[in-house]
Design a protein around this ligand. Structure first.
Ligand code: HEM
Length: 352
């Protein structure tokens, strides 16, 4: 039976209201995600803006750890990790690796000798289709306890106020331990001589379903040789890329993968706090870097070493960093891949 005209008009009005509510809801969700309702909320956009170096937005590059070089190799699991995690990557065997040595700077043209923090991005793939991605650095602790404090550190270090860093350090006592490391830790002349630490805590689940809070590190087989910053400054601006390219051409470079297991009560949510030295460690395998490849058009350029991309058997913990990092890395990835035409090293005369 045909509806009377008045009821039909009411039903059209009802539909329009519903559409308006849906659109308003989507707009509100967008505004919330962008942080428009709460200007004080930390968002990926704010973090990426705060990372901008004095030299300007590094178009086409990673918004942090902007300078680096790709490598390929293999991870050989010795089977010992299977007692802690059922991830296939710990089953005895060899698994392909794609990685990137890098410098902790947002300036892609920084001189190597000026950058204190060095890093390694890693993706290990297993036949079950899963991946273990990790992005690690060489200090034994992270400078800050929380993503918010890291953001404030970025603001303070970019501030024109000459006392900004002093004020910041006074308000954030955890920063002192990193400062001491930065001042006193020896420098090396090679990516191959550095140890890379995940610093964030993760949770391994074993075959029985039991969970273990862990952190992991990659310890170099090469003997570290300390070189003074003054001597490093005399080397070329890209000496690390050149050195690792020549060294790997001469033979593969290796790192032992060590998993440290927390005791109950260890600070899993704070990467600025080291765990006591006596914690149980398990050597789970060896990373072998077999080939260095240029970053320009190389296999690691379009990879996001997002620390939350983990195989079944490894998950994030109560540490707030991996989730924060994931959202910021995605923002950085979106920006840099959309800026491909501005990426200066796609020119044929570019290096390395
Ligand atoms: C909230 C804190 C952090 C922020 C905002 C941040 C930000 C970033 C950004 C924007 C990138 C570039 C991502 C891309 O475009 O692919 C990056 C890369 C990287 N970050 Fe972080 N990061 C944070 C914490 C950490 C921590 C705790 C570590 C190590 C323990 C770390 C190690 C690295 C490394 C090694 C890379 C280079 C990875 C690669 O080669 O692609 N970051 N970071």
């Amino acid at each position: 039976m045909a509806e009377p005209p008045q009821s039909s008009a009411r039903s059209i009005f009802g539909s329009l209201v519903l559409i308006a509510v849906v659109i308003a809801g989507a707009a509100a969700a967008f505004a919330y995600t962008a942080g428009w309702f709460s200007p004080e909320r930390l968002t990926p956009n704010k973090m990426v803006d705060a990372l901008t170096p004095p030299t300007g937005v590094p178009l086409g590059h990673r918004r942090n750890h902007a300078k680096g070089i790709c490598f390929t190799g293999v991870f050989e699991a010795n089977g010992a990790g299977s007692a802690l995690s059922h991830a296939q990557v710990f089953t005895r065997g060899q698994y392909p690796v794609l990685g990137r040595f890098n410098l902790g700077t947002a300036d892609p043209n920084a001189r190597d000798a000026t950058v204190r923090v060095r890093g390694m991005g890693l993706r290990i793939s297993t036949p079950d289709g899963q991946e273990w991605r990790s992005a690690m650095i060489d200090p034994p602790i992270f400078p800050m306890s929380t993503p918010q404090a890291f953001y404030e550190l970025l603001l303070a270090s970019a501030s024109k106020d000459p006392d900004a860093m002093k004020t910041f350090a006074a308000a954030h006592p955890e920063f002192a331990a990193f400062g001491a490391w930065a001042k006193t830790a020896p420098w090396t002349g090679s990516y191959a001589e550095d140890q890379y630490n995940a610093l964030n805590s993760f949770v391994f689940t074993d075959d029985s379903g039991a969970e273990h809070s862990v952190r992991w590190s990659f310890l170099p087989a090469a003997q570290p040789v300390s070189v003074s910053p003054d001597d490093l400054a005399k080397r070329g601006p890209d000496f690390l890329e050149q050195e690792i390219t020549e060294r790997v051409r001469g033979g593969p470079q290796r790192w032992t993968t060590v998993v440290t297991v927390a005791n109950p009560g260890d600070p899993t949510a704070d990467p600025s706090k080291a765990w006591p030295e006596d914690r149980r460690t398990v050597e789970v395998g060896t990373l072998t870097v077999q080939q260095i490849e240029p970053e320009r058009d190389g296999p690691c350029r379009d990879i996001n070493f997002d620390p939350t991309v983990l195989p079944s058997g490894i998950r994030t913990s109560d540490d707030p960093f991996p989730a924060a990092r994931s959202s910021v890395y995605a923002k950085s990835y979106d920006l840099r891949t959309a800026e491909a035409k501005d990426y200066p090293r796609t020119a044929t005369d570019a290096k390395p």
